[in-house]
Design a protein around this ligand. Structure first.
Ligand code: HEM
Length: 486
């Protein structure tokens, strides 16, 4: 295939034609499709049109008709992230930044603008900053964290279990990752509804996002000062004491990166897995055979609905070729996680169960591959398992086609997941979890939901799911151990 250079946006040519956004000019300039506006309402559909028209790498226009490539092929995405000599995450080399086409007021700048953090660094500086972050992540006690996730899940369920109905996005998925991340960082007392609101606000970019960012940064900088003076055994203390010798500012910025990136991604993952468990016919079918475990459901969700649908972006350091396209030095490329995950070359049949296959792109790859993926998976695995254990009769409380999402180029977020179940008694979660670990790996519990039961509250302790006995070895024993607090 002859390499196809990206067409000029024409934004420097006043005689080029109608202004950006003009409906008479759709698709975008020079026939290039826009990743925003009416045509981009269904991004999944748009990616497939682009794949049919251009193959594995397609030219697109971002807001203000700024040119970009979107990488649609699984192999091509992996090649890009694994070729740091050709592509960088440092947006200061991006032509539209250099020529002013994408200025500081560009709507996507919060995602793209260079910051002195490991996600945008490369070479030795990336090794230094990422070394400190992954060093601190490696000190996390995974068994202890799983117990904490379980206990936090129980506490959240206690808040709504007597009601017999809940919104699992607003009352569960948006809270659990924040509770866990605050514990990991070493500030469990900072976890509260205000912190959750602030994080959501920052991600939505609403008018109060700046105040919310200040609220979060204030908590993180106070934590940094406390741990600099009196180190403990948490993530923040390890980050500070790493031989990379991060300054207080660097520590604060990386705490923010970890807290907010982990929060958004894990919230989306939890919500997506819960929705799949409640609605997806493939899981319902699997349920009859009883083969689908929660970790498999998580992995399937990471393929079908990756928490970050794209990453903005990678930038070409030199002229090169990718997927048959000529990529010029300074061009920008979107890491196409969602389109790469449905590339027909790796998934000819999208309805096929991926059986725990982990070669999806949900965590990126190469030198910047997500270092926190085990934590993200643990929150989803243990959180979903704990919720299904407490509410075995949970079911969707609306028609499936009434579910709504908010979508941007970088992610898709389920707005609400209304459910109903027979009201339950709250359970005592005031005890700190004991040091005695739960059996590993946790959980092996099959995903199963039951038909609604009578509305009479079950006796305490709650009965195991009667109509669908547990299959995973020791699941009921694990439950009893947890219930008895040992
Ligand atoms: C389901 C949950 C998560 C998903 C889907 C996810 C996804 C991602 C993705 C796609 C990237 C960018 C990779 C690239 O540029 O190629 C990334 C980077 C990163 N993630 Fe995660 N993440 C998750 C959870 C977490 C958690 C829990 C932590 C921290 C404990 C974390 C910390 C980071 C950091 C520090 C980076 C930047 C790494 C670098 O640039 O070197 N993530 N993540």
């Amino acid at each position: 295939m002859t390499p196809e250079p990206h067409p000029s946006t024409g934004t420097d040519d006043p005689t080029f034609g109608p202004p950006p956004g003009c409906p008479a000019h759709d698709p975008g300039l020079g026939g290039v499709r826009r990743l925003y506006g009416p045509e981009a309402e269904d991004l999944g559909d748009l990616y497939e049109k682009l794949r049919a028209e251009h193959g594995a790498v397609a030219p697109v226009l971002l807001h203000n008709d700024v040119p970009m490539w979107v990488v649609l092929g699984h192999t091509e995405n992996l090649h890009m992230v694994r070729s740091p000599s050709q592509y960088t995450r440092d947006s200061r080399v991006w032509t539209p930044v250099l020529d002013g086409t994408a200025g500081p007021d560009h709507p996507l700048m919060p995602h793209i603008a260079w910051q002195p953090i490991c996600s945008h660094a490369e070479g030795d500086e990336h090794l230094r900053l990422r070394g400190a972050v992954s060093g601190a992540i490696s000190t996390i006690d995974h068994r202890g964290i799983r117990r904490y996730i379980n206990r936090s899940s129980q506490a959240l369920v206690n808040r709504f279990c007597e009601e017999g109905r809940a919104d699992l996005v607003g009352q569960f998925a948006e809270h659990l990752p924040m509770a866990v991340m605050c514990e990991i960082l070493g500030m469990p007392d900072e976890y509260n509804d205000r912190m959750v609101q602030a994080a959501r606000d920052m991600l939505k970019g609403t008018e109060t996002a700046i105040a919310s960012n200040a609220y979060v940064m204030d908590a993180l900088m106070r934590l940094t000062a406390r741990r600099r003076a009196h180190p403990e055994g948490d993530f923040t203390s390890h980050l500070i004491n790493h031989p990379a010798q991060l300054s207080d500012d660097e520590v604060g910025q990386h705490l923010r990166l970890v807290l907010i990136a982990a929060y958004e991604a894990t919230t989306n993952l939890l919500a997506n897995v819960l929705r799949m468990v409640l609605t997806d016919p493939r899981f319902r079918a699997q349920l009859n055979g009883g083969q689908m475990t929660v970790p498999e459901a998580v992995e399937q969700s990471l393929w079908d609905e990756p928490p970050f649908s794209t990453v903005l972006g990678y930038f070409a350091k030199q002229e090169t070729e990718l997927g048959g396209q000529l990529i010029r030095k300074g061009d920008g490329l979107l890491l196409g996680i969602a389109p790469g995950n449905v590339d027909p070359h790796v998934r000819p049949d999208l309805s096929a169960n991926m059986q725990g296959n982990r070669s999806h792109l949900a965590f990126g790859g190469g030198p910047h591959e997500c270092p926190g993926q085990d934590v993200g998976r643990a929150i989803a695995d243990v959180g979903v398992d704990a919720l299904l254990m407490r509410l075995p009769d949970v079911q969707l409380d609306c028609a499936e086609d009434e579910l709504r999402w908010t979508a941007s180029i970088s992610s898709r977020h389920l707005v609400e997941l209304p459910v109903r179940f027979a009201p339950k008694e709250p359970q005592d979660v005031s005890q700190r979890p004991s040091l005695r670990p739960l059996p590993q790996p946790v959980p092996s519990r099959p995903v199963r939901t039951q038909q609604p039961q009578a509305t009479t509250p079950p006796p305490a302790p709650p009965a195991p799911p009667a109509a669908a006995p547990e299959r995973g070895p020791g699941a009921w024993q694990r439950f009893l151990r947890w219930w008895r607090g040992y």
